[in-house]
Ligand binder design. Structure first.
Ligand SMILES: [Zn+2]
Length: 436
C-alpha cells in the first residue's frame, strides 16, 4: 500500500496570496511572460523550492522543471501549470497549478514520500500575452513549435521574439529540444481553475474534464450583387449579407443538434453601408466538439448549409479552413483516479457537515457533473495529451466563471479541497502509472 501524501491547503493559499502580492498591482496580476515581473515570480518559486532542497532547471524552451527523485523503478509524474499571466490577470490562472505542485513537492520532501519521482513543471509563456503565441513552452516540448516562424514574432513595441528570448538565455532554434525533458515524464496532472461557469451552476467545487474540445474554424465568403436599398425589389436581390446571417443561425442549429458549439463571431459586409444590399459577406465560424468525428460531421453540416443557402439566395459561396486542432481525450486511468479523489472529498465534506444523506458518496450523482465537463480553453496539458503523454486535469470552481481579470477568484475552501483531491490523485497515480 502506497503511503498517502499529506498536504497543507492553507499553506498553499498563503503562498498564492504572497505570490499575488509580489506580482500584482491595482490592475491585477502582471506576470506576463518575458517581463521582469514574470522573472520575479519564477525567482520566488525557485526560492521556495530551494528551501526544501529542490533545484529548478530550465529546458531549451525556458520551461522550469524541479525534480524530487522517487525510489528506483517508480514513475515520473509531472505536476504543474504556468506562472505567467495575461496583463491585468487574476491571481489563480496558472499560478494555482504551480503552487499546488510546490505544496505537493514540499510535502513529499518533508515526509520522505518517494513513491514517484515528482517533476514540478512551470510551462513558459502559456498565455502568449506578449508575442501572441499561446502554449509556447509546452508546444516546443510537444514537438508542435514552428521555431522559424516564432523567431520573427513581434510584440506591440516591435521587439522581435528571437531577440527577447536570447536576452532570457533561450535560442529559438533550439527550443524543440525541450522535448527531451518531456520524454522523461510518464504522466502529467494539472490543477487549474475552471475559468467558466459550469461547476458553479452545478453546485460543485471540483470537476474532472474528460478531455478537450477540438476546434475547426472556417472562413465563409458569399458573393452576390451590391445594389440600391431603395430600388431593388426583394425577389430580385442577390444579398450576400442575408446569406451570411442565415448561415450564422444554421451553424448554431447544427451545433445544438450535434451537442457542440458554433460561434459566428466575425462578419464583414461590403460595401458595408446602410443604403446598399451587401455584395460580399465574409463570415468567420468557430466550431467545437469534444469528439473528433462529431466535430468533422458538424463542419460538414455547416459546409452543406452554406451551399444550400447560397443556392437559395442565388449567391456564390467559398468555404476555406482557417485553423483546426483535434479533440483529445485525457488518460482514462488518470481521469478515474481524479474522479475517485473528488468523490472521496465530497464524501468527507458530507460526513463533516453531518449531511450523510442521499448525496453522500453518491458516485452516480457526483459523476453527472464531471461527465459533462470538457475543457473548452487552451491548456498546456491538452498539448501534452495530444503529444501522447498520459495527462489529466482537475478543475476548481471559478466564482462567477470569471477569469483573465483581476476579479478572478475561487473560495478558499474550494482551493483547499482541490489540493487535497489533487494530492490523493498523485498518490493514486504513483500506483497505477507504469514507469517507462
Ligand atoms: Zn491557465
Amino acid at each position: 500500500m502506497t503511503p498517502e501524501l499529506r498536504v497543507d491547503g492553507r499553506r498553499m493559499v498563503a503562498d498564492l496570496r504572497e505570490l499575488a502580492a509580489l506580482t500584482s498591482d491595482a490592475g491585477g496580476a502582471q506576470r506576463v511572460a518575458w517581463t521582469p515581473t514574470w522573472l520575479a515570480a519564477r525567482a520566488w518559486l525557485r526560492e521556495r523550492l530551494a528551501a526544501c532542497g529542490v533545484a529548478v532547471e530550465h529546458d531549451a524552451a525556458a520551461n522550469g522543471w524541479a525534480l524530487l527523485p522517487g525510489h528506483p523503478g517508480t514513475p515520473t509524474l509531472a505536476l504543474g501549470s504556468h506562472l505567467d499571466s495575461v496583463p491585468d490577470g487574476g491571481w489563480l490562472d496558472g499560478a494555482l497549478g504551480v503552487v499546488a505542485a510546490l505544496e505537493v513537492v514540499r510535502s513529499a520532501a518533508e515526509q520522505g514520500w518517494r513513491e514517484a519521482t515528482l517533476a514540478l513543471v512551470d510551462w513558459a509563456d502559456e498565455e502568449g500575452a506578449r508575442f501572441g503565441h499561446s502554449l509556447l513552452g509546452s508546444s516546443a516540448a510537444c514537438g508542435l513549435l514552428d521555431a522559424a516562424a516564432v523567431a520573427e514574432l513581434r510584440d506591440a513595441d516591435g521587439a522581435r521574439f528571437a531577440d527577447v528570448a536570447a536576452a532570457h538565455g533561450v535560442a529559438v532554434a533550439a527550443m524543440p529540444e525541450a522535448s527531451e525533458r518531456l520524454a522523461q515524464v510518464d504522466a502529467l496532472l494539472e490543477l487549474h481553475i475552471e475559468q467558466g461557469p459550469v461547476l458553479e451552476a452545478a453546485g460543485r467545487a471540483l470537476g474532472v474534464p474528460r478531455g478537450a474540445v477540438g476546434v475547426e474554424r472556417l472562413r465563409v465568403v458569399f458573393a452576390g450583387q451590391a445594389a440600391h436599398a431603395g430600388t431593388t425589389p426583394l425577389p430580385l436581390r442577390r444579398d450576400a449579407g442575408a446569406a451570411a446571417a442565415r448561415l450564422a443561425l444554421a451553424a448554431r442549429d447544427a451545433a445544438a443538434t450535434a451537442g457542440g458549439l458554433a460561434t459566428a463571431g466575425a462578419l464583414r459586409l461590403e460595401p458595408g453601408i446602410v443604403t446598399a444590399v451587401a455584395g460580399r459577406a465574409e463570415l468567420l465560424v468557430d466550431l467545437r466538439h469534444e469528439r473528433q468525428q462529431e466535430l468533422l460531421a458538424l463542419r460538414a453540416a455547416v459546409e452543406r448549409a452554406a451551399r444550400e443557402i447560397a443556392a437559395d439566395e442565388r449567391v456564390e459561396v467559398e468555404v476555406a479552413p482557417l485553423w483546426a486542432t483535434p479533440a483529445v481525450a485525457f488518460d482514462a486511468r488518470l481521469v478515474a483516479a481524479l474522479e475517485a479523489a473528488v468523490a472521496a472529498d465530497r464524501g468527507a465534506a458530507d460526513a463533516d457537515s453531518g449531511a450523510a444523506g442521499a448525496d453522500s458518496g453518491a458516485a452516480g450523482t457526483s459523476d453527472a457533473g464531471s461527465r459533462a465537463l470538457v475543457s473548452g480553453a487552451l491548456h498546456d496539458s491538452v498539448a501534452v495529451a495530444r503529444a501522447g503523454v498520459p495527462a489529466a486535469m482537475l478543475f476548481v470552481r471559478s466564482i462567477g466563471g470569471i477569469s483573465h481579470n483581476r476579479i478572478e477568484d475561487s473560495a478558499e475552501d474550494d482551493l483547499v479541497a482541490a489540493l487535497g483531491a489533487y494530492a490523493a490523485a498523485v498518490s493514486a497515480a504513483a500506483r497505477i502509472v507504469e514507469p517507462r
